[in-house]
Design a protein around this ligand. Structure first.
Ligand code: HEM
Length: 134
Protein backbone atom coordinates (compact mmCIF):
# COMPACT_ATOMS: atom_id res chain seq x y z
CA UNK A 1 0.00 0.00 0.00
CA UNK A 2 3.01 2.32 -0.35
CA UNK A 3 1.88 5.71 -1.59
CA UNK A 4 -1.80 5.03 -0.91
CA UNK A 5 -3.66 8.02 0.49
CA UNK A 6 -5.47 7.73 3.83
CA UNK A 7 -8.67 7.95 1.76
CA UNK A 8 -7.67 4.83 -0.17
CA UNK A 9 -6.47 3.01 2.95
CA UNK A 10 -9.85 3.63 4.60
CA UNK A 11 -11.57 1.99 1.64
CA UNK A 12 -12.49 5.04 -0.43
CA UNK A 13 -15.91 6.65 -0.26
CA UNK A 14 -17.57 3.53 1.19
CA UNK A 15 -15.12 3.37 4.07
CA UNK A 16 -15.27 7.09 4.83
CA UNK A 17 -19.08 7.05 4.72
CA UNK A 18 -19.18 4.07 7.11
CA UNK A 19 -16.81 5.88 9.50
CA UNK A 20 -18.92 9.05 9.46
CA UNK A 21 -22.14 7.09 9.92
CA UNK A 22 -20.68 5.24 12.91
CA UNK A 23 -19.43 8.56 14.33
CA UNK A 24 -22.91 10.12 14.24
CA UNK A 25 -24.64 6.90 15.36
CA UNK A 26 -22.38 6.79 18.43
CA UNK A 27 -23.04 10.48 19.09
CA UNK A 28 -26.71 9.64 19.44
CA UNK A 29 -26.24 6.37 21.31
CA UNK A 30 -23.56 7.03 23.92
CA UNK A 31 -24.55 9.07 26.98
CA UNK A 32 -20.94 10.30 27.17
CA UNK A 33 -21.50 12.29 23.95
CA UNK A 34 -24.89 13.76 24.87
CA UNK A 35 -23.47 17.28 25.18
CA UNK A 36 -21.95 17.04 21.70
CA UNK A 37 -25.17 15.61 20.29
CA UNK A 38 -27.18 18.47 21.81
CA UNK A 39 -25.21 21.02 19.78
CA UNK A 40 -26.32 19.35 16.53
CA UNK A 41 -29.65 19.63 14.73
CA UNK A 42 -32.28 17.03 15.57
CA UNK A 43 -31.97 15.42 12.13
CA UNK A 44 -28.35 14.50 11.44
CA UNK A 45 -28.57 13.79 7.70
CA UNK A 46 -27.08 17.17 6.73
CA UNK A 47 -24.30 16.86 9.31
CA UNK A 48 -23.45 13.35 8.09
CA UNK A 49 -23.23 14.47 4.48
CA UNK A 50 -21.09 17.50 5.26
CA UNK A 51 -18.57 15.63 7.41
CA UNK A 52 -18.41 12.86 4.79
CA UNK A 53 -17.81 15.33 1.95
CA UNK A 54 -15.23 17.22 4.02
CA UNK A 55 -13.29 14.14 5.16
CA UNK A 56 -13.08 12.71 1.62
CA UNK A 57 -11.00 15.72 0.57
CA UNK A 58 -9.12 16.07 3.86
CA UNK A 59 -8.00 12.42 3.57
CA UNK A 60 -6.68 12.88 0.04
CA UNK A 61 -9.76 11.85 -1.94
CA UNK A 62 -12.25 13.87 -4.02
CA UNK A 63 -12.97 17.46 -2.93
CA UNK A 64 -16.73 17.05 -2.56
CA UNK A 65 -17.03 19.64 0.20
CA UNK A 66 -15.07 22.39 -1.57
CA UNK A 67 -16.94 21.70 -4.82
CA UNK A 68 -20.22 22.42 -3.01
CA UNK A 69 -19.37 25.07 -0.43
CA UNK A 70 -15.98 26.54 -1.32
CA UNK A 71 -13.22 26.95 1.26
CA UNK A 72 -14.13 24.95 4.41
CA UNK A 73 -13.36 27.85 6.84
CA UNK A 74 -14.08 25.30 9.53
CA UNK A 75 -13.39 27.55 12.50
CA UNK A 76 -15.70 30.26 11.20
CA UNK A 77 -18.44 27.72 10.43
CA UNK A 78 -18.25 26.41 14.01
CA UNK A 79 -18.55 29.85 15.63
CA UNK A 80 -22.34 29.55 16.08
CA UNK A 81 -21.72 26.58 18.43
CA UNK A 82 -20.19 27.02 21.87
CA UNK A 83 -17.17 24.71 21.74
CA UNK A 84 -14.90 24.32 24.74
CA UNK A 85 -12.62 21.67 26.15
CA UNK A 86 -15.50 19.29 26.99
CA UNK A 87 -17.02 19.51 23.50
CA UNK A 88 -13.62 19.08 21.86
CA UNK A 89 -12.87 16.03 23.98
CA UNK A 90 -16.27 14.47 23.28
CA UNK A 91 -15.77 14.99 19.53
CA UNK A 92 -12.35 13.32 19.68
CA UNK A 93 -13.54 10.42 21.86
CA UNK A 94 -16.48 9.81 19.56
CA UNK A 95 -14.21 9.81 16.51
CA UNK A 96 -11.65 7.52 18.19
CA UNK A 97 -14.39 5.07 19.09
CA UNK A 98 -15.73 5.14 15.53
CA UNK A 99 -12.23 4.53 14.09
CA UNK A 100 -11.72 1.58 16.44
CA UNK A 101 -15.14 0.07 15.78
CA UNK A 102 -14.66 0.37 12.01
CA UNK A 103 -11.48 -1.68 12.39
CA UNK A 104 -9.20 1.00 10.97
CA UNK A 105 -5.60 -0.24 11.17
CA UNK A 106 -3.93 1.04 14.34
CA UNK A 107 -1.11 3.02 12.70
CA UNK A 108 -3.50 4.85 10.38
CA UNK A 109 -6.00 5.49 13.19
CA UNK A 110 -3.26 6.97 15.35
CA UNK A 111 -2.07 9.26 12.55
CA UNK A 112 -5.61 10.47 11.85
CA UNK A 113 -6.34 11.00 15.55
CA UNK A 114 -3.23 13.16 15.93
CA UNK A 115 -4.16 15.28 12.92
CA UNK A 116 -7.82 15.58 13.93
CA UNK A 117 -6.88 16.56 17.49
CA UNK A 118 -5.21 19.69 16.16
CA UNK A 119 -8.25 20.61 14.11
CA UNK A 120 -10.64 19.88 16.98
CA UNK A 121 -8.61 22.04 19.36
CA UNK A 122 -8.66 24.87 16.80
CA UNK A 123 -12.49 24.81 16.89
CA UNK A 124 -12.59 25.90 20.52
CA UNK A 125 -14.30 29.28 20.79
CA UNK A 126 -15.56 29.36 24.39
CA UNK A 127 -13.58 31.38 26.91
CA UNK A 128 -12.48 29.02 29.68
CA UNK A 129 -10.12 29.16 32.60
CA UNK A 130 -6.91 27.61 31.33
CA UNK A 131 -6.15 24.25 32.88
CA UNK A 132 -2.62 23.35 33.84
CA UNK A 133 -1.18 20.83 31.38
CA UNK A 134 -1.21 17.35 32.88
C1 HEM B 1 -14.27 20.12 18.36
C2 HEM B 1 -15.52 19.76 18.50
C3 HEM B 1 -16.55 19.92 17.42
C4 HEM B 1 -17.85 20.21 17.64
C5 HEM B 1 -18.52 20.40 18.99
C6 HEM B 1 -18.50 20.28 16.34
C7 HEM B 1 -19.83 20.54 16.14
C8 HEM B 1 -20.41 20.81 14.93
C9 HEM B 1 -21.78 21.24 14.73
C10 HEM B 1 -22.80 21.45 15.83
C11 HEM B 1 -21.96 21.39 13.40
C12 HEM B 1 -23.25 21.82 12.67
C13 HEM B 1 -23.93 20.61 12.14
C14 HEM B 1 -24.85 20.93 10.99
O1 HEM B 1 -24.76 22.03 10.38
O2 HEM B 1 -25.64 20.05 10.63
C15 HEM B 1 -20.70 21.09 12.76
C16 HEM B 1 -20.50 21.16 11.41
C17 HEM B 1 -19.36 20.70 10.80
N1 HEM B 1 -18.25 20.17 11.39
FE1 HEM B 1 -17.93 20.10 13.37
N2 HEM B 1 -17.58 20.02 15.37
C18 HEM B 1 -16.38 19.80 15.97
C19 HEM B 1 -15.20 19.48 15.35
C20 HEM B 1 -15.06 19.24 14.01
C21 HEM B 1 -13.87 18.76 13.38
C22 HEM B 1 -12.58 18.40 14.10
C23 HEM B 1 -14.16 18.66 12.05
C24 HEM B 1 -13.31 18.18 10.92
C25 HEM B 1 -12.36 17.30 11.05
C26 HEM B 1 -15.51 19.11 11.85
C27 HEM B 1 -16.16 19.18 10.63
C28 HEM B 1 -17.38 19.76 10.42
C29 HEM B 1 -17.95 20.07 9.13
C30 HEM B 1 -17.32 19.80 7.78
C31 HEM B 1 -19.19 20.67 9.36
C32 HEM B 1 -20.15 21.24 8.32
C33 HEM B 1 -19.84 22.74 8.20
C34 HEM B 1 -20.82 23.45 7.29
O3 HEM B 1 -20.69 23.33 6.06
O4 HEM B 1 -21.72 24.13 7.79
N3 HEM B 1 -16.03 19.45 13.05
N4 HEM B 1 -19.80 20.72 13.69
Amino acid sequence: MTGATPFERLGGEGGVRALVDRFYDLMGLEPAYAGLRALHPQALEGSRDKLFWFLCGWLGGPNHYIDRFGHPMLRARHLPYAIGIAERDQWMSCMKQALAEQGVEAALAQRLEEALAGTADWMRNKPEIAKKPV
